[in-house]
Design a protein around this ligand. Structure first.
Ligand code: HEM
Length: 80
């Protein structure tokens, strides 16, 4: 499941590139509760970039380490 792609799909999220944190307020969540497509935004796995469970990303640890190395190189090569 590509969570970044799902979160930018206009079929699931109205105006997906707009910054609208009120989408996640309790009333908004309640309003889309019975809509099978729009309620995907509230699925507990949608915020997991590497997915979860048996088919989760095999490269997750490697990708995280690469990101840490890149960030540390940007900040003088120190990982604390
Ligand atoms: C930021 C980097 C990455 C992200 C966000 C990412 C994300 C994902 C996602 C969402 C899946 C699908 C999981 C599912 O089907 O539920 C996946 C699968 C997979 N990823 Fe990644 N991935 C990344 C980097 C990597 C790297 C560096 C490797 C290998 C070195 C890798 C190897 C794999 C493999 C082999 C699968 C298939 C696992 C399976 O179907 O059993 N990924 N990844």
């Amino acid at each position: 499941m590509g969570s970044a792609i799902l979160q930018r799909d206009p079929k699931i999220v109205d105006d997906p590139w707009a910054f609208r944190p009120e989408r996640f307020m309790a009333e908004a969540v309640q309003a889309r509760k019975n809509d099978p497509l729009k309620s995907l935004l509230d699925h507990k796995l949608i915020e997991k970039p590497f997915s979860f469970g048996a088919r989760m990303c095999l490269g997750a640890r490697l990708a995280e380490m690469e990101m840490m190395i890149l960030i540390s190189q940007k900040h003088g090569g120190k990982i604390t």
